[in-house]
Ligand binder design. Sequence first.
Ligand code: NDP
Length: 604
Amino acid sequence: MTASKKDEGSFSPEALKEKYRLEREKRLRADGNAQYRDFSGIYEDFDKDPYVEPGFTRPALTEKIDVLIVGGGFGGMLTAVRLRQAGVESFRIVDKAGDFGGTWYWNRYPGAACDVESYIYMPLLEETGYMPTEKYAKAPEIFAHCQRIGRQFDLYKAALFQTQVEQLDWDEAARRWNITTHRGDRLAARFVVIAGGVMHKAKLPGIPGIETFKGHSFHTSRWDYAYTGGGPKGGMSRLADKRVGIIGTGATAVQAIPHLGASARQLYVFQRTPSGVGVRNNRPTDEAWVKTLGPGWQEERIRNFTALVSGREQDVDLVGDGWTYIFDDVASRLAKTPEEAAELRQLADFRKMEEIRARVAAIVKDPVTAEALKPYYNQMCKRPCFHDEYLETFNRPNVQLVDTDGKGVERITPTSVVVKGQEYEVDCLVYASGFEVASEYTRRLGFDIRGRGGKALRDSWANGPATLHGMHSRGYPNLLMFSPTQSGWAINFVHILGEQARHAAYIIERCLKRGVEAIEPSEQAQEQWWAEIVSRLHKGISFGGVDCTPGYLNNEGVRPPPSAIRYASFGGDTLAFIDVLRRWRNTDELSGLELTRGGEASNP
Ligand code: NDP
């Protein structure tokens, strides 16, 4: 798909293996995640919401509700929709943003778009009657869809925006969570669903001198259009006389750089590790195809994609894009032993990464720049990117790749970015430096959860989490958490969120209907679930890996402490995890949960 047949077989696996090892070693650093810093201190302004009018106030609320949902992104919205469909009306959705959308509220950088097909990524298309305009919809369209869901399912009346949860305390006598917010609200909720997202806490590189920079700077998740001009479609006219630097070349930067290149007088792209960038081939939605779709088409398409990218054989590839091409590896599926399968998989990976590298050489005219843009690692070591204008941008005379040879930016001065001793003067610095992923769950949440006996979740999980289905944890009754920890993980992440939302809504509706006031997983259920996770460790296809080039997917290449293993996800096959949840619901027994009705605990 991305390169011609003649490239096949023209590489030496041994030479590539050695090259990958050397490139990895250049990038390993002892400080791992500690190399990054958050927005606290002098960077607090970075975290200001640029999309709301300042000065919003409202009276504090005191309310008793059935459900509090933390997070108004897809996870929270889908939970609210499923609750409403199940007849549960007493809920609130709290989000620090000024509207629904989660990641699509915050990430409005130029060029932002979904990187899996919009027909499977944007949820509730059949229910809302909406069809995306393109195969890969742009951020404003996805954000508008979030608002559409909010309006159609009447979620706005339940929303508390620009509101941050400060603390959750379990009240054993009332069997409710007491929630306080920074707006002085006091909510008492029977259940709390935490759908706070995975990548919502932005990070900055801890580059020496970063705090001395006197020019303008911001993080991609808080794009400053007041400074750049233009909007998510580009056209940043105020950059026409500016020298702009962007630090980072991950999935965000790949989408933003073509627009910066088109708008800035001079663009410096500071690169530590190149992304692998395959063909995007975006196109408008085909009306004739839309007319062929029957009821249930979206669910079928979502499952077909997830099956293919989980390595399952399917009769048909409905999406047929760069993602399914990566996983199109019939040879290893036919292998007779796991060793043979692993070897064939590695060969297929080498071949496909050779295609990615050949694409760079074919597009980028300057051979030195082209060589620096070639990624040397296995495909799943970093999130694969797909873009049809990114590489071309480096042919522009006003765009310069400043490759740091794996070392990162050396220093920042009041006026410049320094790489290999050379100063690059910039007026504006854009940090495309990503989000905290590997930090502690409770740190990323940004608030404390105190369960039975006032015990903080961070203390209970000091030696690693213990859960049932990654959702419930003993000592924290009626708390339902969405995260990849001991839970499912999917390339099309909204697929998993949709299933977690269904699951949470089912449990809550059952409990409310049956007069169950508290649920909590038994020790035994947590142990059994952990045994299930262990039996699947390192199975199937996964992102990252200890031998990968460093990044957020492998704890920056630093071997984590043994307790970190307990943050593992359900290995390999996303659909298998979804089937576990579905089977569990089908028995209709809430098995593994201890139920409390009117003060009486029982094992169902
Ligand atoms: P990433 O963490 O992927 O990228 C951060 C970038 O900053 C990397 O290129 C990193 O280099 C670089 N960097 C960090 N420190 C330094 C330094 N000291 N000097 C120079 N460079 C440095 O963040 P993104 O925001 O790009 O993407 C995060 C995730 O968000 C994606 O993986 C994807 O899952 C999601 N996303 C999804 C999109 C979608 O379309 N749905 C679009 C965009 C993002 P290095 O690689 O060497 O660490």
